[in-house]
Design a protein around this ligand. Structure first.
Ligand code: ZN
Length: 200
């Protein structure tokens, strides 16, 4: 129901509503908070958005978020176990696994899942770079893809194409069916990682 707000305020509110988790009321509250602010915060916010958008790229090695052309913080952390790679669908999937706090290896983000119906084949994903990466000192690959059809297809493809000397495991069941890693809670994810199952 329109409540007669000025057009520029409505426009701002509509833009904020595009944010994940923002509903019409919360977008309206955020818009009002911004336009009624008497300090530099709205300008700082706008600058921070533009700066982050311009600077944040995907790590050239693992595909997680990084600044500029640099490797990400996880790849640069020499205390991590570089012999284990956890394969996830997107960079966002790294966050819940990191929050669960039980994994100290490195990651490889595929940038999607194999989905013949959507025309997404292995050649559209970062699978070639994964196959190259495992050649240098990697002993185990943990496949942490969602347990939907595309996740299963991708897991099967990987277990058929990764070198035979590698140990390959997948997260244990317990994650919601069809659910993505991104929405799993830390406890479930931690248990699924701990009790991972051999894929071949
Ligand atoms: Zn990285």
């Amino acid at each position: 129901m329109p409540v007669g707000l000025p057009p520029s305020l409505l426009k701002l509110s509509e833009q904020l509503r595009r944010l994940p988790g923002a509903g019409p009321r919360s977008a309206e509250r955020m818009a009002l908070a911004l336009v009624r602010s008497h300090n530099a915060w709205p300008k700082d916010l706008a600058t921070a958005i533009l700066e982050a958008q311009a600077r944040v790229k995907l790590c050239p090695r693992c595909g997680f978020y990084a600044e500029g052309e640099e490797l990400c913080d996880i790849c640069r952390d020499t205390s991590r176990d570089s012999t284990t790679l956890c394969v996830v669908e997107t960079a966002n999937d790294v966050l819940p696994i990191e929050r669960a706090g039980i994994y100290r290896g490195l990651y490889h983000c595929l940038g999607g899942k194999i989905s013949p119906l959507d025309g997404i084949g292995p050649e559209h994903l970062r699978i070639g770079s994964l196959l190259e990466r495992v050649e240098s000192g990697v002993g185990e690959v943990i496949v942490a893809l969602g347990n939907d059809v595309e996740g299963e297809t991708t897991s099967i493809f990987l277990s058929g194409h990764l070198p035979t000397h590698l140990r390959i495991s997948r997260l244990a069941q317990g994650l919601p069916m069809g659910g993505s890693i991104e929405i799993a809670d830390s406890l479930t994810l931690g248990k699924a990682m701990e009790n991972r199952l051999s894929l071949r």
